[in-house]
Ligand binder design. Structure first.
Ligand SMILES: Nc1ncnc2c1ncn2[C@@H]1O[C@H](COP(=O)(O)OP(=O)(O)O)[C@@H](O)[C@H]1O
Ligand SMILES: [Mg+2]
Length: 266
């Protein structure tokens, strides 16, 4: 267990088994208020499944999760979102035939307060939240467009807008720049920094190491369901196990030179 000052989230020995497979195998992690934790690791390492257990998409088979000091393990995804943990998905998740605005309004309506469908009616407060979230991510211009017509970047922004509209304290981003080009990655990077400045605590999964190390105050590398590394971004490329199981020599060299360049420029 890592001792951190004022943790907003504490995961203790979180485990998720699918039959004989321990997709998440005893993960313990504390997240401090206001930090950005970056999670990396090879495909199949259990990163998404870890997010799924914390955010209530799938129940953990062992361990527990505390948010703001209260146990949330076992709660449903809707309840966890309403308590203040929002997330995005690795694959695009949206109502394709609805507009961008309608998608974010639905998030604002259901993501903050307990609701039931009968009498579904959006009040002006919900509409304002949705507009503010669209403006925050820079999607206001496309608010009237149908989701099915959106390019990849805007779909990623839409998921973040939906998450923001639920007014979370914590945000979990699953591969927010997967499939994006360099300029688009920079745009998401700026947005993540803006989210942090707005006071959110962020946990993100990403394979794009430039993105992961530039944003994270702490990096966690998973492999076969376990945490094999936890430390500052500059130490990732120096870790022999991480280089062997995940990065490879080439990526490790590039990361080391990135940090040397950052030092020279400082
Ligand atoms: N619903 C599921 N049923 C069975 N196995 C699953 C399920 N979801 C994920 N897995 C398995 O769990 C492991 C971890 O997957 P995942 O969490 O998606 O990894 P990552 O996000 O790190 O690529 C993989 O071996 C995957 O095949
Ligand atoms: Mg994944």
């Amino acid at each position: 267990m890592i001792a951190t000052a004022d943790p907003i989230l504490v995961c203790e020995d979180v485990t998720k088994r699918f039959g004989a497979l321990a997709a998440v195998d005893g993960v313990s992690l504390s997240v401090r208020r206001g930090e950005i934790v970056g999670i990396g690791g090879p495909n199949g390492a259990g990163k998404t499944t870890f997010f799924d257990t914390v955010t209530g998409i799938t129940p953990a088979t062992g361990g527990r999760v505390l948010f703001e000091g209260a146990e949330i393990s076992g709660l449903g995804a809707d309840r966890i979102c309403q308590l203040g943990i929002a997330r995005t998905f690795q694959l695009n998740a949206a109502f394709e035939s609805l507009t961008v605005r309608e998608n974010v309004e639905i998030a604002a309506y259901f993501g903050r307060t307990r609701r039931s469908f009968p009498g579904f009616r959006l009040g002006s407060a919900v509409r304002r939240e949705a507009e503010a979230a669209l403006d925050f991510v820079g999607l206001s211009d496309r608010a009237g467009e149908t989701v099915a017509s959106l390019p990849v970047l805007d779909r990623k922004l839409l998921m973040i807008a939906g998450a923001v509209a639920t007014k979370p304290a914590m945000l979990f981003l699953d591969e927010p720049v997967g499939g994006l080009n360099v300029a688009e990655i920079d745009r998401i990077m700026d947005l993540v920094r803006k989210l942090k400045e707005a006071g959110l605590t962020i946990v993100l999964i990403e394979h794009v190491m430039r993105f992961l190390v530039a944003l994270s105050s702490r990096v966690v590398i998973m492999h076969h369901g376990k945490v094999i590394f936890e430390g500052p971004p500059a130490a990732v490329a120096e870790d022999a196990t991480v280089v062997e199981t995940y990065l490879g020599e080439g990526a490790s060299r590039r990361m080391k030179s990135y940090f040397q360049g950052a030092e020279a420029g400082a």
